[in-house]
Design a protein. Structure first.
Length: 162
């Protein structure tokens, strides 16, 4: 990884953590409105952010979540999977609105798998509540992609060495 990529990754992780810290009162609630997960959309342009975005989710669950090891590991997995699917959307020529699909569906369907076990709440109830919260960052991801395109001049995935 190049120095510029490491620096940008650190900035995105810091932005994720600051956003989570500032919104933790509703980011860890029953609806889990995690505005920070809109940053997964940055993988639309920068595939090197896939792992850092997963690590940022893991760190936020570790430092602010309080749900234990399953939530920490699950956060890493969901972050990597979501941002990876956002990247694949861009790589396959997908439109910005398509990047919202993994941002919405991956956390909505996977997070309740372990939270239902931890909290002893039925999966379907948690999935419905988390999906309500994920609508906000999914829409935010679309806006972020459009704004980034407009102000950075980037049209899609930035591959290494280009």
């Amino acid at each position: 990884m190049k120095t510029e990529e490491m620096t940008f990754s650190a900035l995105i992780m810091a932005a994720y953590m600051v956003c989570m810290y500032g919104t933790q009162w509703f980011a860890f609630g029953f609806y889990q409105i995690r505005i920070a997960t809109a940053l997964y959309a940055m993988a639309f342009f920068y595939p090197f952010l896939i792992l850092p975005l997963g690590l940022a989710n893991m760190l936020s669950n570790m430092l602010m979540g309080g749900m234990g090891a399953a939530d920490i590991a699950g956060g890493l997995f969901v972050g990597i999977m979501t941002s990876g699917l956002v990247f694949l959307t861009a790589e396959r020529g997908g439109k910005p609105w398509m990047a919202a699909l993994p941002i919405f569906f991956v956390p909505s369907l996977l997070v309740p798998v372990w939270l239902s076990w931890i909290l002893h709440i039925p999966y379907l109830i948690l999935a419905l509540h988390i999906s309500v919260g994920q609508a906000v960052p999914a829409a935010g991801g679309i806006l972020l992609i459009r704004a980034w395109r407009r102000y950075s001049g980037k049209e899609g995935v930035l591959f290494y060495g280009k």
